[in-house]
Write a protein that binds this ligand. Structure first.
Ligand SMILES: Cc1cc2nc3c(=O)[nH]c(=O)nc-3n(C[C@H](O)[C@H](O)[C@H](O)COP(=O)(O)OP(=O)(O)OC[C@H]3O[C@@H](n4cnc5c(N)ncnc54)[C@H](O)[C@@H]3O)c2cc1C
Length: 206
C-alpha cells in the first residue's frame, strides 16, 4: 500500500511530524482509454510515445502486439490511450463516454486511426500509479523511513510501498528479499534500484 496511506492508518498514531511528512508524499495518477478498433493490424509497435503538443495523449498501447491473447476477436485491435493526470483534475473527472469520444478525436488528430473504425471503448482510472519525485520527497521520505525503521516486524516493499519508481522486477525482488528477511536474512530493501534515484535513466520506460 502507498506509504502515505500506511502511515495515516497506523494505530497508535505516529508522531505529528512523521504524519506530516507522509502527507507530503505525492503521486501522479493515470487513466487508460481502451478503444476497440475494427482493424486486424494497425501498426507493428507494442507502444508509441506521443509528443504532439496538440493532444493530451502521452502513449498508445497496442495490446494485441504484446500478445494476441489480449484481444478476443483477432479481426479487431484494442488500443490503450494513456493519459497522465491527477486524481480530481479535469481529465480524471470527465465522464467515461466523454473520455472515449475525446480519445477517438485525439487518435484521429495524430493520424493513427480513423474514428469511424472505432466500435467501442472503456476507461480505467488508476490512482497513485506513480510515486512523485518532487523537490521535497526525499526529505519527507527520510523522516518516514527513520520512524518506520524502529518497527521490527514491518517491511516495506514494492513501488508505492517504498515510494520508489520501481519496475515490476524491482518490486518482485523486494518481495523476495523480504521473505528471506523473515527467514533470518538481513537485506536492506531500500538498496534495491537505489541508483535510479540519482541517475535518471533514459531507457526507463513505464
Ligand atoms: C502505466 C504503467 C506501465 C507500466 N509498465 C511496466 C512495464 O512495462 N514493465 C515493468 O516492469 N513495470 C511496469 N510498470 C511498473 C509496475 O506496474 C510496478 O512496478 C509494479 O506493478 C509494482 O508492484 P507492486 O507490487 O509494488 O504494486 P502493485 O502492482 O500496484 O500492487 C499493489 C497492490 O496492493 C493493493 N493495495 C493498495 N492499497 C491497499 C490496501 N490498503 N489494502 C489492501 N490492498 C491494497 C493494490 O490494489 C494492488 O493490487 C508500469 C506501471 C504503470 C503505471
Amino acid at each position: 500500500m502507498p506509504i502515505r496511506e500506511l502511515v495515516q492508518k497506523m494505530r497508535p498514531s505516529v508522531p505529528g511530524e512523521v504524519l506530516e511528512a507522509a502527507n507530503n508524499l505525492n503521486y501522479r495518477d493515470f487513466l487508460t482509454v481502451a478503444l476497440i478498433v475494427n482493424q486486424p493490424n494497425l501498426f507493428p509497435d507494442n507502444w508509441i510515445y506521443i509528443h504532439d503538443p496538440l493532444v493530451k495523449l502521452g502513449r498508445v498501447q497496442n495490446f494485441k502486439n504484446w500478445s494476441p491473447d489480449m484481444v478476443s476477436d483477432q479481426n479487431k485491435s484494442c488500443l490503450g490511450l494513456e493519459y497522465f493526470c491527477f486524481e480530481g483534475d479535469e481529465l480524471w473527472n470527465m465522464k467515461d463516454e466523454d473520455l472515449i469520444e475525446f480519445g477517438k478525436k485525439e487518435l484521429e488528430a495524430i493520424g493513427l486511426v480513423k474514428s469511424s473504425d472505432i466500435e467501442d471503448g472503456s476507461v480505467v482510472r488508476m490512482p497513485k500509479a506513480y510515486p512523485a519525485y518532487d523537490t521535497k520527497y526525499r526529505e519527507m521520505l527520510n523522516i518516514v523511513r527513520q520512524y518506520l525503521k524502529g518497527i521490527g516486524n514491518l517491511q516495506l516493499i514494492g513501488r508505492n510501498g517504498l515510494h520508489r519508481y520501481n519496475n515490476q522486477d524491482h518490486s518482485m525482488l523486494t518481495a523476495m528479499l523480504a521473505v528471506e528477511n523473515i527467514h533470518g536474512a538481513n537485506h536492506d530493501l531500500w538498496s534495491v534500484n537505489e541508483e535510479k534515484e540519482y541517475h535518471e535513466d533514459s531507457k526507463h520506460s513505464d
